[in-house]
Design a protein around this ligand. Structure first.
Ligand SMILES: Nc1ncnc2c1ncn2[C@@H]1O[C@H](COP(=O)(O)OP(=O)(O)OP(=O)(O)O)[C@@H](O)[C@H]1O
Ligand SMILES: [Mg+2]
Length: 604
């Protein structure tokens, strides 16, 4: 009944594509279709501008040619002024078309990259929690930024330059073939050779780019860990340890980057070697033909000029290829990230979860679950009965599976066996949106974003009015301290809410949960990180929040769950006892020993 297999694949940590998996043609086609393709007009205009620019560049030598013919040789005075004016005109036209061509091409690549990044994040944030947990934030950010830069560079050079160079190459080669088709064909052999060498080189460069991306990811991980752990680093005097970690990462990354530099630098010389060999062969064959009377000097001179001209685009193309090649590898990684789909989705025909006022009974029927198919089960046949509007506590030793129960109720993971019901509706058969809308959660670490306090509270119910936000803050005992802040509700809380105390952050999180108005409330050790005074304030706020809601609370401090309507005691993933505080104490089981242990600790 439950889909098991697809879920296991969501934990794939880094969807990094090996260079061997890169399908160059498919990546280019997709890039053109999905991103560049929406801007064909702009691309066409840009290419026209670039073609015009190179035509104008070609005009300048022509002017010198005329100057020689008409003035130096024929001494025609009336050509003097027009020639100079033409030079000014050509340079000006060239400047204008160059400006527009470059500007259009660069904006095209920037727009493409921004669109791909937006798609990438849009997909990522919709993935399963398990998949998100497995993506290291440093890896993600570096792929997001570094791959995007590689892709942009490839587009910027690729779109215009490759097109222009290819056009020139075709023109010169046609000329080469027309002037002497036999020698021309001989000369053409060099092109597949260069292409083959560039593809080999490109493979190594893509591998280096992939490694470089991973190393950039490791580097950003170390950097962000250092910034997140700055208080510990300072307090423990770990500055030099931290600097050494960053240095190590930089060294590793530098080695890869230098390898890529050497590979790139090899592109032009490798091409030159092939071209040199080709010229040697052509000289030999042409000389042979001349000695045997087939080839005239004039024909040979024309042929050789075209051949030498044709070399330049080949050389330029081979120098561009490394950039394009790394860009393709980057685009492939970006597309892989865009293609990743969440495994936990609404079933076909999933209905909306309906919870009437003052309802919200939660039932776990024989629920079994394992985080990893090969590890032992985390939950074994767990059955819980949580009546609407009551407060039920989950207690048990660390690792017993308490937080896992929340994960399953929110469908962050799907149960492997058994069912979970809310008011008689199997949560596997309702939409994720309606399920999560029925639940509010307050955790030990209040999660705030660096926005205003009002915005942080409003996250509970987007679009809430200022009056609703204030009412929620009042119920959460947060209004008074908010009003004492410099900008009241408009005060920004700093990264992660760092400008507020732990208890203040917690009360903002409670106000957010109040505003959500969800019938089911999950509290995961909401007060255990606080001192006694703030714990009391937060506890009062929580009591107001719990009123009329079905509450499931996980608490390490057993004193906070003494008044629960029912207590489930978990151990190693199974429910081992249940009852009220009084009945469990009377039974003298695990709960009683946990409780007396806690009392001893409080006394000592
Ligand atoms: N995301 C995860 N992936 C793999 N294993 C996990 C994951 N989360 C928890 N576990 C494992 O599942 C078991 C139960 O974890 P859970 O977080 O539910 O315990 P808990 O009862 O909430 O513990 P605590 O009181 O310490 O918070 C533990 O053995 C833990 O190592
Ligand atoms: Mg826990």
């Amino acid at each position: 009944m439950l889909h098991r297999e697809p879920m296991r694949s969501v934990g794939n940590p880094r969807p990094v594509t090996g260079p061997q998996d890169i399908k160059t043609g498919a990546v280019i086609a997709r890039l053109l279709r999905d991103y560049v393709g929406t801007q064909w007009g702009l691309l066409a205009l840009a290419i026209l501008c670039m073609l015009f620019t190179s035509a104008m560049s070609g005009m300048l030598p022509k002017l010198v040619d005329w100057e020689v013919k008409q003035i130096f040789v024929r001494h025609k005075q009336d050509w003097l002024l027009p020639l100079s004016l033409a030079a000014v005109g050509i340079v000006a036209l060239r400047a204008v078309s160059l400006y527009f061509g470059r500007a259009m091409l660069d904006s095209l690549s920037e727009k493409t990259v921004a669109a791909a990044q937006s798609d990438m994040f849009g997909r990522l944030i919709n993935r399963d929690l398990a998949a998100l947990n497995a993506v290291h934030s440093g890896q993600f950010i570096s792929s997001f930024l570094y791959d995007a830069t590689l892709m942009r560079d490839a587009l910027t050079v690729g779109l215009a330059s490759i097109f222009l160079e290819a056009v020139q190459l075709v023109v010169y080669l046609t000329y080469v073939l027309v002037s002497d088709w036999q020698l021309g064909l001989l000369a053409l052999i060099v092109i597949p050779c260069v292409a083959w060498a560039m593809e080999r080189l490109g493979g190594s460069i893509r591998r280096a780019a992939t490694r470089g991306m991973q190393e950039t990811g490791d580097l950003s991980t170390v950097l962000s860990e250092a910034m997140d752990g700055r208080r510990i680093i300072k307090a423990y005097g770990l500055e030099s340890h931290s600097a050494a970690r960053v240095r190590d990462r930089l060294q590793a990354r530098l080695a890869t980057l230098l390898k890529a530099v050497r590979l790139r630098a090899a592109a032009a010389p490798v091409t030159d070697i092939f071209a040199g060999a080709m010229i040697a062969v052509v000289l030999f064959v042409a000389g042979w033909q001349n000695l045997h009377g087939h080839l005239t000097f004039n024909a040979f001179a024309g042929f050789l000029t075209a051949l030498i001209l044709a070399q330049q685009p080949v050389r330029n193309l081979s120098q561009l290829w490394p950039t394009v090649s790394s860009g393709i590898a980057a685009a492939q990684r970006i597309f892989d990230a865009i293609d990743a789909r969440p495994a936990i989705v609404d079933r076909p025909g999933a209905g909306t979860l309906k919870v009437a006022a003052n309802a919200g009974a939660v039932r776990f029927n024989q629920v079994t679950f394992a985080y990893h198919a090969d590890a032992g089960p985390t939950l074994r046949q767990v059955t819980l009965d949580i009546p609407a509007g009551r407060k039920v506590a989950l207690v048990g030793p660390s690792g017993a599976g308490k937080s896992t129960i929340f994960n399953l109720l929110l469908r962050f993971y799907e149960a492997d066996g058994g069912t979970i019901e809310i008011d008689g509706q199997d949560i596997a058969g309702v939409t994720l949106k309606s399920l999560r809308a029925a639940i509010a959660i307050v955790t030990q670490e209040a999660i705030l974003f660096d926005e205003s306090i009002a915005d942080n509270i409003a996250l509970g119910r987007p679009g809430a009015s200022a009056a609703d936000i204030r009412a929620a803050a009042q119920d959460a005992a947060a209004h008074d301290f908010i009003m004492e802040l410099p900008q009241g509700y408009d005060t920004r809380v700093g990264e992660g809410g760092l400008k507020l105390s732990g208890g203040q952050r917690q009360r903002i999180a409670i106000a957010r949960a109040m505003l959500r108005g969800a019938p089911i409330l999950l509290l995961d050790e909401a007060t255990s990180a606080l001192d006694t005074t703030s714990e009391r304030q937060v506890q009062e706020a929580l009591t107001r929040l719990m009123k009329g809601r079905t509450t499931i609370v996980i608490a390490h401090r057993l004193s906070t769950v003494v008044d629960a309507d029912r207590i489930y005691v978990l151990d190693q993933g199974a429910v081992v006892e249940s009852g009220t505080h009084a009945s469990l104490m009377a039974d003298g089981g695990l709960y009683a020993s946990l409780y007396s242990h806690a009392l001893d600790e409080a006394a000592s």
